[in-house]
Design a protein around this ligand. Structure first.
Ligand SMILES: [Cu+2]
Length: 354
């Protein structure tokens, strides 16, 4: 009996407990519902805050990026620093024909240095050649410390040495750099590059600006494998290549084209442009007075620079080539040497020059 009474009591308790749980669940459900709403609201607010935070964060990131770009721009403007690394290189100058060069940065010509007048320029020369080298900035009037004759304490850079030339170019125009001594072994072997000093105020009168550096090489593997510069037949180059490897100069009808021609070879080069008249705007870095003279044929003596401009108003494919056979062929083989193609980009194939 006691056993049953206990059982009933237990059952009652269970029911009571269950009821109480149920009722408390109902109460909790209501409060959970309101808590849930609150939490959802809080979560929403939190998400909004997170959104705001990411806006702030990305704004900061944007600002930092802008600051980074600005500081790079400022440091670039404050010091134009270039590194020239002298090294030997074998370069294809005609289809399948390679020549041994001494180079700046493995290229002929070396990198074009383009700066603005009155801005400091720092040229760091790393000499990876087996012999000493030096550097001159042809045509720029610079202090003795920079452009005086090189000596062991300044300007003469031994094998493995590094040297910095710093100066402020005051003249604007077309100049070039090359070793100051040992021309026969170094400059002629490919060590040269253009140095363009832009005027401080933008006075551009042209739409396109091409640099043409004329040079020569006498080292061809096919002539004498491993030949030293100067030991073989001479090949004339434009921007380190002979025709037809040299890239055509592309123009569009209506454009005004500037050609900055630099003679880094040891010969005078007479050049004839077909289909157009060249207006000579600058000679050896100095602007010429207007009205400018116009020519169809010009001659550049060794080291001369001439800036010419022409109006592209005769669509077709034209040539700018040396008038001397030894300069405009590869040992008599055509096409070769200094024979550049000027191509109108919109010109039809039927207008191809012979
Ligand atoms: Cu020179």
């Amino acid at each position: 009996m006691v056993f049953y009474a206990r059982k009933i009591a237990l059952a009652t308790l269970c029911v009571a407990l269950t009821l109480s749980i149920c009722s408390s669940t109902e109460t909790n459900w209501a409060s959970a519902q309101s808590m849930g709403l609150e939490q959802a609201k809080e979560r929403e607010e939190l998400n909004d805050m997170k959104g705001d935070m990411s806006d702030v964060k990305s704004n900061i990131t944007d600002s930092l990026d802008a600051l980074d770009r600005l500081s790079k721009k400022i440091s670039k403007a404050q010091s134009n620093e270039v590194h020239l690394i002298t090294k030997e290189a074998k370069i294809e100058i005609a289809p399948g024909k390679f020549a041994n060069f001494l180079t700046y940065n493995g290229k002929v010509p070396g990198p074009t240095l383009r700066v603005t007048a009155s801005e400091p320029l720092r040229v760091v020369l790393h000499n990876n050649l087996k012999v000493a080298t030096s550097l001159t900035f042809h045509g720029l009037v610079l202090p003795q410390g920079v452009s005086g004759l090189p000596h062991k304490e300044g300007g003469l850079v031994g094998p493995g040495q590094v040297y910095a030339y710093q100066f402020i170019p005051k003249q604007s125009g077309t100049y070039w750099y090359h070793p100051q001594v040992n021309h026969g072994q170094q400059k002629v072997a490919g060590m040269y590059g253009a140095l363009i000093v832009e005027p401080r105020s933008d006075r551009k009168s042209y739409d396109r600006d091409y640099i043409m550096m004329f040079g020569q090489t006498s080292s061809l593997d096919m002539v004498a494998p491993g030949a030293r510069p100067g030991s073989g037949q001479t090949y004339f180059l434009v921007n380190g290549m002979t025709a037809p490897l040299a890239k055509p100069l592309e123009v569009r009808e209506g454009e005004r084209i500037r050609l900055r021609m630099i003679n880094a070879s040891s010969s005078a080069i007479p050049l004839f442009l077909t289909g157009h008249k060249m207006e000579i705007v600058s000679m050896n870095g100095s602007d010429l007075l207007e009205p400018h003279v116009t020519r169809d044929t010009i001659t550049l003596n060794p080291s001369d620079r001439m800036d010419v401009e022409f109006q592209a108003k005769n669509p077709g494919v034209w040539s700018l080539a040396s008038e001397l056979t030894e300069q405009s062929t590869n040992q008599g083989a055509f096409p070769g040497g200094i024979a550049c193609v000027i191509r109108y980009m919109d010109a039809g194939a039927e207008k191809e020059a012979p």
